[in-house]
Design a protein around this ligand. Structure first.
Ligand SMILES: Nc1nc2c(ncn2[C@@H]2O[C@H](COP(=O)(O)OP(=O)(O)OP(=O)(O)O)[C@@H](O)[C@H]2O)c(=O)[nH]1
Ligand SMILES: [Mg+2]
Length: 212
């Protein structure tokens, strides 16, 4: 039985003017391209093909909105960090992220999906800092844990948890083996249940503006 029997695709936005109406709560999934964001969304809502997955990194430069219940959404953000991005595409990504994080009062939490074999890239850190700056809870999925040996996985989790400290929580996750599904679903439930902090509509710092 799925907790979200009525989950459905709402829309893809190529630019901020196309975002869904900003009401209720939504939880966004960010992460390096090919880290497993779409696979994680599908696994968490128990739907094989809801969010499109791909072997080719960087295909989708769209913000994809899914409704999981009335007034509750998941958002699949375009991936970052793949090699050889044309400057125009990088600029497009920056504008989309800027538009998204700068405007969404309904944003109640951010999942950051990191390939467990190479977690905490510079852009992952920018995402963490951006979320912290707006009091947005962060939950890190160390994905593809099926590709790690057990002791490697444990050590990666320990190290990442220590490095992010109070900025968020981390867990192991594998869309293939099923590791971490329940933990991820609990984190999602908690985020969706959370009321927005009163100051959430204050002007926001953007990750690319914070650094000196
Ligand atoms: N072994 C393994 N492969 C995975 C896992 N999760 C995703 N993959 C594979 O990794 C590739 C990328 O997965 P996606 O879910 O499309 O990744 P994404 O982060 O949404 O990628 P973009 O949308 O391009 O940014 C696909 O070939 C998936 O089948 C996992 O837990 N284990
Ligand atoms: Mg994807």
């Amino acid at each position: 039985m799925t907790a979200y029997p009525n989950v459905r695709f709402l829309k893809s936005a190529h630019e901020p003017s196309q975002f869904c109406e900003d009401f209720g709560v939504e939880v966004a999934f960010a992460g390096r391209s090919n880290s497993g964001k779409s696979s994680a969304i599908n696994a968490i809502v128990r739907r094989r093909d809801l969010a499109r997955t791909s072997k080719t990194p960087g295909r989708t430069q769209l913000v994809n909105f899914f409704e999981i219940a009335p007034g509750q959404r998941l958002v699949d953000l375009p991936g970052y960090g793949y090699a050889q991005v044309p400057p125009a595409m990088r600029e497009h990504w920056r504008k989309l992220m800027d538009g998204y994080f700068g405007s969404r009062s309904s944003l109640a939490g951010l999942f950051i999906v990191m390939d467990g074999r190479r977690p905490l890239t510079d852009t992952d850190w920018q995402m963490i800092e951006m979320a912290a700056a707006r009091n947005c809870p962060v939950h890190v999925l160390l994905s593809k844990s099926d590709k790690l040996r057990r002791n490697e996985a444990r050590e990666t989790l320990r190290r990442v948890s220590a490095e992010i400290g109070d900025a968020g929580q981390a867990q192991l996750f594998s869309a293939v083996s099923g590791e971490g599904f329940d933990q991820a679903r609990s984190a999602l439930r908690r985020m969706l249940a959370r009321e927005r902090p009163a100051d959430a509509t204050e002007p926001l710092l953007r990750p690319w503006e914070q650094r000196g």
